[in-house]
Design a protein around this ligand. Structure first.
Ligand code: ADP
Ligand code: MG
Length: 252
């Protein structure tokens, strides 16, 4: 395996029952690179993202993030719960539907994992959480509960919460798809800032203009395979494959 890259996926295969959802996926993401995954609904984007942090267990292939490497296939021993928890802490994930803890304030949400998973002292976790809320522009919302936040604010809390575990990589699964149009920009701005600071990111998105602007590479998937990949502007402005052209045509 290439050890220069931050994320390395080799021969990844996933099926749900008889349905093969990912077929021999290879993917390598360098330190500090931003990769956008695009493709029609049902093409396997979310499943691929979830295989990277092992929220979904692959049926075959290898997954490496940083120094943590896992092989899957018949007969291989799956990682234990503790190993999985430690591994996932290093891969921050942001979902379409925020998944904030409703009974905790914004600050409480951001402090939770460092305190309970990592045993960070509360005062220290609070200080760090406040700095992260400031980073996403929500200092004044620290004591609000999620029900009193807009979708864009909730998603920015979710990003701060993922960052609190100091992840090596950030995975975004349609982080802006559930937002009212006028709230999309504030979340994309936070994502763009993270990218410019050198965070390694894999982003599933339908925001093609954002992918073109912010991503280093774009990967177009369909039916569980990578159809085309390359530099963002090349894939988006001049796709080679008919399937990519047809997909991107919907956005013009
Ligand atoms: P995308 O994110 O590109 O829309 P997904 O990765 O969510 O695609 O889904 C790919 C395929 O896998 C779809 O056919 C979907 O119905 C199926 N799928 C996803 N998760 C599950 C699951 N937990 N059980 C069964 N089928 C699933
Ligand atoms: Mg999806």
């Amino acid at each position: 395996m290439d050890t220069q890259s931050k994320i390395e996926i080799v021969g990844l295969r996933k099926q749900f029952g008889d349905l093969v959802v990912l077929k021999d996926i290879n993917l390598s993401v360098d330190q500090g690179q931003v990769v956008a995954l695009i493709g029609p609904s049902g093409s396997g984007k979310s499943t691929l993202l979830r295989c990277i942090n092992l929220l979904v267990t692959p049926n075959g292939g290898q997954v490496r993030v940083g120094a943590d490497s896992f092989a899957f296939g018949s007969g291989t021993k799956l990682p234990g719960t503790r190993e999985l928890a430690r591994f996932r802490a290093g891969t921050g994930m942001v979902f379409q539907h925020f998944n904030l803890f409703p009974h905790m304030t914004a600050l409480g949400n951001v402090m939770e994992a460092p305190v309970t998973v990592r045993g960070t002292p509360k005062a220290q976790a609070r200080e760090k959480a406040m700095a992260l809320l400031a980073k996403v522009g929500l200092t004044d919302k620290a004591d609000e509960y999620p029900s009193r936040l807009s979708g864009g604010q909730k998603q920015r809390v979710a990003i701060a919460r993922a960052l609190a575990m100091e992840p090596d990589v950030m995975l975004f699964d349609e982080a802006t798809s559930a937002l009212d149009p006028e709230l999309v920009g504030e979340v994309l701005a936070v994502m763009q800032k993270l990218a410019s600071e050198g965070m390694t990111m894999v982003i599933v998105t339908h925001e093609i203009a954002f992918a073109r602007e912010v991503a280093d590479r774009v990967i177009f998937m369909r039916d569980g395979v990578v159809v085309e990949e390359g530099p963002a502007r090349q894939v988006i402005d001049a796709p080679r494959e008919a399937a990519t052209q047809a997909f991107l045509g919907h956005f013009h």
